[in-house]
Design a protein around this ligand. Structure first.
Ligand code: TRP
Length: 341
């Protein structure tokens, strides 16, 4: 039987393999990816090369976490029959595209990228910025365009990277005189960035304020118990603040009973609702969300051979696709004296 032409829009997104994923990833992007895999041609990139840009001292950590992140994908419901999962370091065409694109970007532009600026500050690089780190937005542009993706589901912190990608696309297309590369659109989740359990702006494993997708029931319990609320809300009868109160932020993100959440907020503001009671509701909810994820993770974790094989096949598919883009671009730029091997 002839296969129907695949004209679904293409998604490429991914994660640095620096550690297992957490609830912030789930609310910010993974949930979207699970939904979109049935309407889009989706590729997920295990970004181990990008992870190296600020972890060159610990390649072992990066390698180990390739499997961990893959397990997280499968655990949340990424279906390998619908989504292609691949490993960045095994896609040489992406490295070559990066090298080409570097000639279409200035160092000043990279230094102005707001994401990079924030990250340089957070990592305390000062002037000693690894060149690979400063240039990773260019590599990310290679990732996105190498797959000819037009949709990129990411957290909002990644917006400047998509913008920079599209600048590179326009520059190259202009140079070539036709649209060989495609511009991409970032797709954000409805809920904004999830704060850490301590109330800090960002949930992150390295800050110790994250709830991992693989958290044990006890781990979830403890995290909710120590969650930041309103420090001035000492007695249940006191009026409390909902804004900046992590428990309510999480309820907003995960509780589908909007009406009940609105009621709880009103009651908390008025006074008469204790932290213990709201936390109990949130804990039940998170246990409920994470139990099936943990179960699937354990199930796949028992068969690493299966997961590795899946990555091998996905990477093979991705290799062909990204190599085709590289060949096309080289031809269009009139770079190659020799035809592609
Ligand atoms: N920068 C992303 C992160 O920090 C990972 C990533 C690498 C990515 N390549 C990508 C995201 C391409 C979207 C598209 O997790």
């Amino acid at each position: 039987m002839p296969v129907a032409p695949d004209n679904r829009p293409i998604i490429l997104t991914g994660d640095r393999t620096t550690g297992p994923l957490h609830l912030g990833h789930y609310a910010g992007s993974l949930k979207n990816r699970v939904r979109l895999q049935s309407t889009h041609r989706q590729f997920l990139l295990l970004a181990d090369t990008q992870a190296l840009t600020d972890n060159a001292h610990d390649p072992d950590k990066i390698r180990r976490n390739v499997l961990e992140v893959a397990l997280d994908y499968l655990a949340v419901g990424i279906d390998p029959a619908l989504t292609t999962i691949c490993v960045q370091s095994a896609l040489p065409a992406l490295a070559e595209l990066t090298l080409l694109y570097l000639n279409f970007v200035t160092v000043a532009r990279l230094e102005r990228n707001p994401t990079i600026k924030d990250e340089i500050q957070a990592r305390g690089f000062g002037r000693d910025i690894p060149a690979g780190f400063l240039c990773y937005p260019v590599a990310q542009a290679a990732d996105i365009t190498g797959f000819k993706a037009t949709v990129v589901p990411v957290g909002e912190d990644q917006a400047p990277l998509i913008e920079q990608t599209n600048e590179i696309v326009r520059r190259l297309n202009h140079q070539i005189g036709r649209d060989v590369l495609l511009e991409a659109k970032a797709l954000f989740a409805e809920v904004g960035r999830l704060p850490g359990v301590d109330g800090k702006a960002k949930m992150s494993k390295s800050q110790g304020n994250a709830i991992l997708l693989s958290a044990s029931p006890n781990g979830i319990s403890n995290a909710v118990r120590r969650m930041y609320t309103d420090p001035a809300h000492l007695r249940a009868t006191d009026p409390g603040k909902v804004e900046g109160n992590v428990v309510f932020t999480y309820l907003n993100a995960f509780d589908e009973d909007r009406f009940a959440v609105a009621e709880l907020k009103a009651q908390y503001r008025r006074g008469g609702l204790g932290d213990v009671a709201v936390k109990r509701r949130l804990e039940d909810l998170l246990q409920h969300v994470l139990a099936p994820i943990r179960a699937r993770r354990e199930q796949f974790g028992r068969d690493p051979g299966f997961v590795i094989d899946l990555l091998r096949r996905g990477t093979r598919t991705a290799r062909e696709r990204t190599q085709a883009t590289l060949d096309e671009l080289r031809g269009a730029l009139g770079l190659s004296v020799l035809p592609p091997a």
